[in-house]
Design a protein around this ligand. Structure first.
Ligand SMILES: [Zn+2]
Ligand SMILES: [Zn+2]
Length: 277
């Protein structure tokens, strides 16, 4: 099969590898349909590491993907606890928690200390044609979702979790600092939750402009101080909720300063945006 493997910093090679073997216990053999490129894939590409996890052997990156089930044992269940059948189109949860560590046992598998995560060394990812994943991490998608939309469910899950933590109420005034892919998803979810107004800030000029299409009030950090602008627009009060989705420069400090007394700041950390749930 064809696969894109990272051999070192900026050294990504499309190679022919032996086709992935038959499913082992609990696994489904998946054929990848569409895969996204996450910011963490870009970090891996540039540095051949994510955080303190270096890539020590050639690694297939990628964790945002849709796939079709090619082979699976008949008794296995999908993520919805239904029998998983060959031919089913699925979105895939790239995180496989251990179910035994303290966070797992306390009901927080997203914080698992031994998370096996697609495309994070040493676990191979989705920049390839076939891969094995636990059947329980496969979620059938309706026909109305195309393959790309199904692949986007993984980053959407990150944004859903962030907006869930924000505990938004109708009419909440919100600022989203950093309006890249995750920020844009947070924006659309905040709008659906009835939050208004929705300030969006970014250093890259095209991003706030794009966010304006989804109801964001754009603030370009390269042109003005976002805290001053938000303070002015809210008559000195600040926003009810700030969602920080950039982690660039002083966005964490800005999020705190732009929020009213008793408001809520949600940090969408690298770990939540990309890896380890
Ligand atoms: Zn665990
Ligand atoms: Zn990601």
């Amino acid at each position: 099969m064809l696969a894109a493997r990272l051999h070192g910093p900026r050294d990504l090679r499309v190679e022919r590898l032996p086709r992935t073997g038959p499913p082992q216990r609990g696994q489904a053999l998946l054929r990848v349909l569409t895969t996204g490129i996450c910011g963490s894939d870009l970090h891996s590409y540039l540095d051949a590491r994510i955080g303190d996890t270096p890539v020590e052997q050639p690694l297939i990156l990628g964790h945002e993907f849709s796939a079709v089930v090619e082979a699976v044992r008949p008794e296995l269940l999908d993520g919805d606890h239904q029998p998983l059948k060959p031919g089913t189109r699925v979105a895939v949860d790239p995180a496989q928690p251990c179910h035994h560590c303290e966070p797992c046992e306390h009901g927080h598998p997203n914080l698992c200390r031994s998370l096996a995560f697609c495309g994070n060394y040493p676990y191979g990812g989705s920049f390839c044609e076939w891969l094995l994943r636990p059947a329980r991490g496969c979620f059938p998608v309706p026909k109305s979702f195309d393959d790309t939309e199904a692949a986007l469910l993984e980053p959407l899950g990150v944004a859903l979790h962030a907006v869930d933590l924000a505990k938004l109420r109708v009419g909440h005034c919100v600022a989203i600092l950093g309006i890249g892919p995750i920020g844009l998803l947070c924006l659309q979810l905040a709008k659906l939750a009835g939050a208004t107004p929705l300030f969006v800030t970014d250093r890259l000029p095209w991003r706030p402009k794009l966010a304006e299409k989804w109801g964001g009030l754009p603030i370009r950090c390269d042109q003005e101080d976002p805290v001053q602008r938000i303070t002015k627009e809210t008559h000195g009060r600040g926003v009810d909720v700030a969602i920080e989705a950039a982690r660039a420069g002083d966005t964490v400090g800005q999020a705190a300063e732009a929020t009213r007394h008793g408001g809520r700041v949600v940090l969408v950390p690298q770990s939540l945006r990309c890896e380890w749930g």
